[in-house]
Design a protein around this ligand. Structure first.
Ligand code: GLY
Length: 357
């Protein structure tokens, strides 16, 4: 049986960035991935780094802001270690609000908005200092960096069982093999609940989205900013592709895309930026966000010694990857995480059951 210092279940951006962080501190690391690394939520995400979203609860927002601050260095490191380019845009978000939101500061005047985004039609908008990233670039670079740093990856290998030795975890069992490690971290996203051994109440929350292009003007920069409204968001890429999303659906593991839903989102986007109505649909897809009962991440130690969880990042997985990797690696190595993780503890659900009994 092959042995490692740590085994990470799940090869999405949360798992791979944690693997890189642990490897950086000298640990040997294996990632066990049920399918193909980086091909689920980390491939489907729009890549808005929505750290200032007014919908986010206050204490999670502080963590989101801290992670957003790490992003420029995170991207630079991934690029340097992989030799791959990542589309990371620092142009900000135009946030369209149906009523004033005091915490967002001053509404843009019509003239200011026209200068920032000439094609956008709205009379109630804020400018937020947020970035965006192409998650597919980021994921490809992270996997390449993991390869360079000597992180082992096994794919097509769902974890069937945790190996337990007395009161602590000792490794994982897949259909093909067993691997031993004193540390196992469940980073399996929407599939985290499938790993037996400790109940993790994560569930898939479907998001349908699509991209459009202007085939006769490839590379056209119709928009500079991310545009976020209640009904739809619009995320421009530097190559001219524009992403439009997303639904939030309780549909289990169904990843089918419905043409009428895409049509409705296309219309909602065209109501805000009329020129988008003329753009051609380039790709449609759906992803499964890892949701949790209280919409907060699940990060921390479990009651099984050596077994940790980092999942449930819901709509902010790409944004929270750098800080989650850092905090989880501090916790796993026995240091005090520099942000208090108690609000995110995997034990909070069990505690609630006891309180309400
Ligand atoms: N992160 C964007 C979404 O969940 O749709």
């Amino acid at each position: 049986m092959k042995s490692y210092d740590a085994i990470i279940i799940g090869g999405g951006i949360i798992g791979v960035s944690l693997a890189l962080e642990l490897r950086h501190s000298g640990m040997t690391v294996l990632i066990v991935e049920r399918g193909e690394p980086g091909r689920e939520a980390s491939h489907a995400g729009a890549g808005m780094l929505a750290a200032l979203d007014p919908e986010t609860p206050a204490f999670l927002k502080q963590v989101c802001i801290a992670s957003a601050k790490l992003y420029p260095e995170f991207v630079a490191e991934m690029e340097a270690e992989s030799g791959l380019k990542i589309d990371f845009r620092r142009d900000g978000t135009i946030y369209l609000a149906e009523r004033p939101i005091a915490s967002l500061g001053k509404l843009l005047t019509a003239t200011e908005l026209k200068i920032l985004e000439p094609e956008l039609e709205s009379n109630s908008a804020y400018l937020l200092e947020e970035d965006s990233v192409e998650p597919r670039d980021l994921m490809a670079a992270a996997l390449e960096a993991a390869k360079h740093r000597g992180v082992d990856i096994v794919r097509g290998s769902p974890v069937a069982e945790l190996l337990i030795d007395g009161t602590r975890v000792a490794g994982v069992v897949t259909a093909r093999k067993q691997y031993s490690a004193p540390v196992v971290v469940n980073c399996a996203g929407a599939w985290a609940a499938d790993v037996p051994g400790f109940t993790i109440p994560s569930r898939p929350v479907k998001g349908q989205l699509f991209s459009v292009v202007f085939p006769h003007e490839p590379g056209r920069q119709l928009l500079r900013h991310v545009v976020r409204a209640e009904s739809v968001y619009i995320v421009p890429r530097s190559n001219g592709r524009i992403l439009i999303g997303a639904t939030v659906e309780e549909a289990g593991f169904d990843k089918r895309v419905q043409p009428d839903t895409i049509q409705r989102m296309h219309q909602a986007a065209a109501n805000i930026v009329p020129q988008l109505g003329e753009a051609r649909i380039h790709e449609v897809w759906a992803g499964l966000r890892p949701g949790t009962p209280d919409d907060l991440p699940i990060m921390g130690a479990t009651s099984l010694e050596g077994y940790f969880v980092s999942t449930g990042h819901y709509r902010n997985g790409i944004l929270l990857a750098p800080i989650s990797a850092l905090l989880m690696s501090q916790l796993i190595r026995g240091d005090n995480p520099h942000v208090d993780l108690s609000e995110f503890s995997p034990l909070r659900f069990a505690a609630k059951e006891i309180r309400s009994a």
